[in-house]
Structures are given as structure tokens and as C-alpha cells.
Design a protein around this ligand. Sequence first.
Ligand code: ATP
Ligand code: MG
Length: 183
Amino acid sequence: MRLARIKLSGFKSFVDPTVFHAPTNLTGIVGPNGCGKSNIIDAVRWVMGEGSAKVLRGESMADVIFSGSSTRKPVGTATVELIFDNSDGRVAGQFAGYNEISVKRQVSRDGVSNYFLNGTRCRRKDVRDLFLGTGLGSRSYSIIEQGMISEVVEARPEEIRGHLEEAAGISKYKERRRETENR
Ligand code: ATP
Ligand code: MG
């Protein structure tokens, strides 16, 4: 499963509908300071269910919505959609036979978030479950930010274990067990 496209609308500085294509396994995003490179990474994290405004470099969740500029009025909703190429059929189950998998999140100023998988409304948990154990995820090691290398080097043993469990694909089963135990 490979990220093929990112669609943004009303998200941070991307007020107009914008599509980024990632046609190959290695895609670089370059541009001057403040042009929105990190906002794209924030968008990817956000769709995958990130719930902390601070991790997304804001103070409240509404900070992800375009807040206006000298020439444009603020907008009322932010939408981000990730489209994954599943032509190798790696993701089966409910997605068997789908060449593409779309994960979308939308939020309005009242703070209500909606999630969609291939256009059908779903829970945040369904989105998180899709990524659990794949190495992808809003807080997983697949997004490496400035300062994270030293965080890993200085991490406590149980934090390192968390990364290893995600890489080995067992975090999914641990999460299910936690859910069952909490019932
Ligand atoms: P650098 O090279 O310095 O890391 P960058 O390309 O990563 O820059 P970003 O941090 O992605 O830049 O973008 C910052 C810009 O996004 C700022 O101009 C900021 O005003 C704008 N921005 C962030 N949130 C919003 C928002 N909610 N509404 C409008 N603009 C926003
Ligand atoms: Mg940046």
C-alpha cells in the first residue's frame, strides 16, 4: 500500500482544493520558508486520527482550518483525503478488490470531525485500525521530524519497545487486548 495522492481543502494555508501526487516511491517537497511544506505533513497526521492540536503545531483543533489572510476570508471547514494505491491487494478484508483506498477527515468550526473510508462515514477507530501494525499512523515512526532521532536515541526502554511492536505488527493485537480488558 503506497500513498498516491493527498487532497487538501481549507486545511491550514491550503484554502483552495489542492492535490499532491506522489507518483513514485520517493517524492520530495521543496519550497521557500513558510510555503506550507510542514502543513502537508500535519495534514497526513491529522487524517490518520491525530487528536492533539499541539502535535499539529496549533492551540486548538480549529487551528487546522484556514483562518484567513490579507486577501481571503476564513473558511468554515477543513478537509483532507489520503488516497492509497492498493493495486497489489495488500489490504484485503473490507478493501479486497479495491485498487485505491481513500481515507478522509473533515472538521468544521464547531469542532465536529467526520471520518470516511472509501466515501463511507466511519469511526476514528476504524481509521486507526486500518493503519495499526503497518508502520503508518499519526504518531508512528514513519513520520520522522526534526528532533525525533534524538528522542529515539534517548527513549526509555518501554518507548523503544512500542516502536518495535509496531514494526513487528503486533501493536494491533495488543490494542485489541487492551480494548477487551477495558470492557
Ligand atoms: P519552513 O521551511 O520554515 O519549515 P514550511 O514550508 O514548513 O516552512 P509551514 O510551517 O508548513 O511552512 O507553513 C506555515 C504557513 O502556514 C504560515 O504562513 C502560516 O501562517 C500558515 N498557516 C498555518 N496555519 C494556518 C491557518 N489555519 N490558516 C491560514 N494559514 C495558516
Ligand atoms: Mg517546515
